[in-house]
Design a protein around this ligand. Structure first.
Ligand code: VG1
Ligand code: CO
Length: 538
């Protein structure tokens, strides 16, 4: 079996965004497109000769074909070993864990995460480094630069490998190890949590539902929640991964996971419910009659993590993405530990985790994680919540109220305007930046463009979103999404703090209505985009 080189000319726009390269599936299916990006990735990291790679994806449409292409290319480029999830499946956190546990040099994750799947929907690919985390900006920039000069890619001319059973086989000179995608991940979870305590909680009648949204967490949740923790069969909903996620939108938020939200809001609903996204790195947490905002979830987890075996030693620090509410900072302050504010995207947490500066990290977009891997981790967050609920013997609602009575409440919501004309979106952001240089309207204290200096390696990232600080302490953030595949998505993040003595039980959208109006007055967003309301509110 000899390696061959095929000529290819550069494709425009192969620029990794917030989390890898995401495009319409048909774009990825163009002859040579995937190959050009994979070869550019290999070239940008100094080749893969003699390296060990972890490869897997969320099982969406084109996963099965793309993984064969990647395997052939890894072999033709001289990789020593490829560790592949059975049937090509690996959740993003499980891939991160495998890279770390097996000392691999890196990994390729096939996923467009929370974006819908299907031939007319989205596909994606990202490269993770040896620490198990998404490639930092310097690496993604090198990959992008290489995509612009690429002239050919190397592959083997062989038949597809059968990935349906765990085994070790060979492709050219490369050893291909097909592993059960769940085993190592489940074992890691058992080292972090008190499975006995969670089992007792569930055995005592505490009712749980987990919505896998027809995506990759189905097998993980079934094994961990139903088999190992003894939750009744049927606890996991939509647990069989499908290539188009049951034609749904595998994004665990109150819009796309509405049936689950309706369930917990009902009288006879479960005590606890959660959902994860396409690739298993996001989580939505619900309790009977209550939706926990991801920003609050991070704060509650930080305040209670010491009750759980894996974090009993305490936390080194807490990191949150800039648009995430400042609720976690209040906890960090009380605990006397460091709090970090990073740009959006998990790649910015990697250095803090590697350096032992942060133990927990979180994003308002339903991402929470810790130093156990280098990705956000949906099921891990669910288990951490369950372990805390078991330890505190309180309901989710009681825990939230107790938290707000201690720290105050950061009313928080994100409003998304999707598929906006790119020029209009760019002009809106540019105008806001321009405004910051002029006298500010009454009630606004400061407007700035967020820049981040990594405290570990000193690298600087500019233009990470516009922050608007109001005189009353409220804050709004505006930024453009880096994961969309159609037009621009404008994200407006809104937060207003109320002290423990204030009104803690208001409806979030009501509490934030004056802020929404102030943002409209400042940006004329609705008028300029012609939208009456956001497409998604979290
Ligand atoms: C979004 C979220 C961000 C998250 C990213 C990847 O990015 O806002 O917090 O890290 O998705 O998540 P953006 O650029 O569209 O705002 V996932 O679960 O799609 O890997
Ligand atoms: Co995801």
């Amino acid at each position: 079996m000899t390696a061959v080189t095929h000529a290819v000319t550069p494709f425009e726009g192969q620029k990794p965004g917030t989390s890898g390269l995401r495009k319409k599936t048909r774009v990825f299916m163009q002859p040579g497109y995937l190959e050009a990006f994979v070869q550019s990735t290999f070239d940008a990291i100094g080749g893969v000769a003699d390296k060990v790679l972890v490869i897997g994806g969320d099982g969406r449409y084109f996963n099965a074909e793309a993984i064969q292409t990647i395997l052939r290319m890894a072999a033709a480029n001289g990789a020593k070993r490829a560790i592949v999830g059975q049937n090509g499946l690996l959740s993003t956190p499980a891939a991160s864990n495998l890279i770390r546990a097996r000392g691999a040099d890196g990994g390729l994750i096939l996923s467009a995460s929370h974006n819908p799947g299907g031939i007319d929907e989205d596909f994606g690919l990202k490269y993770n480094t040896a620490n198990g985390g998404p490639a930092p900006e310097a690496v993604t920039e090198a990959i992008f630069a290489r995509t612009q000069t690429i002239t050919g890619y190397r592959t083997l001319e062989t038949a597809d490998l059968d990935l349906s059973e765990p085994c070790t086989t060979e492709l050219g000179e490369t050893v291909v190890e097909i592993v059960d995608p769940v085993t190592d991940y489940a074992a890691l979870m058992e080292t972090l949590f008190d499975f006995g305590a969670i089992r007792d909680l569930l055995a005592g009648g505490f009712a749980v539902k987990f919505d896998a949204m027809h995506a990759v967490t189905g097998p993980y949740a079934t094994e961990i929640l139903e088999r190992r923790l003894g939750a009744p069969e049927g606890t996991v909903l939509n647990g069989t991964p499908s290539v188009d996620f049951g034609k749904g939108h595998p994004d665990p938020n109150p819009i796309w996971a509405k049936p689950l939200v309706d369930m917990v809001m009902a009288e006879d609903g479960p005590d606890f419910a959660a959902a994860s996204d396409g690739d298993g790195d996001r989580n939505m947490i619900l309790g009977k009659g209550v939706y926990v905002t991801p920003s609050d979830s991070l704060a509650v987890l930080a305040a209670n993590a010491h009750l759980v075996p894996g974090y009993a030693r305490g936390l080194a620090g807490v990191a949150r993405s800039m648009p995430t509410s400042r609720a976690a900072d209040r906890v960090a302050q009380k605990l006397g530990i460091e709090a970090f504010e990073t740009p959006t995207g998990w790649k910015f947490f990697g250095n803090l985790l590697d350096a032992g500066r942060a133990t927990l990290c979180g994003e308002e977009s339903a991402g929470t994680g810790s130093d156990h891997v280098r990705e956000k981790d949906g099921l891990w967050a669910v288990l951490l919540w369950l372990n805390i609920l078991a330890a505190r013997k309180m309901s989710v609602k009681e825990i939230m109220l107790d938290h707000w009575q201690t720290y105050g409440r950061d009313y928080y919501s994100r409003h998304d305007y999707e598929a906006v004309d790119t020029e209009i979106a760019n002009a809106l952001m540019a105008d806001l930046k321009d405004r910051s240089a002029h006298p500010l309207p009454e009630g606004i204290e400061d407007i700035d463009s967020f820049s981040y200096t990594d405290p570990v390696d000193g690298s600087v990232s500019h233009n990470q979103g516009m922050r608007v600080f109001f005189a009353d302490g409220a804050r709004a953030v505006l930024r453009l999404s880096g994961t969309g595949t159609q037009g621009a998505t404008i994200r407006v993040y809104l937060e207003r703090y109320v002290a423990p003595s204030g009104a803690l039980k208001e409806d979030t959208q009501v509490a934030l209505a004056p802020l929404v109006q102030a943002v409209e007055d400042l940006t004329r967003l609705k008028a300029r985009t012609g939208r009456a309301a956001p497409d998604v509110m979290t």
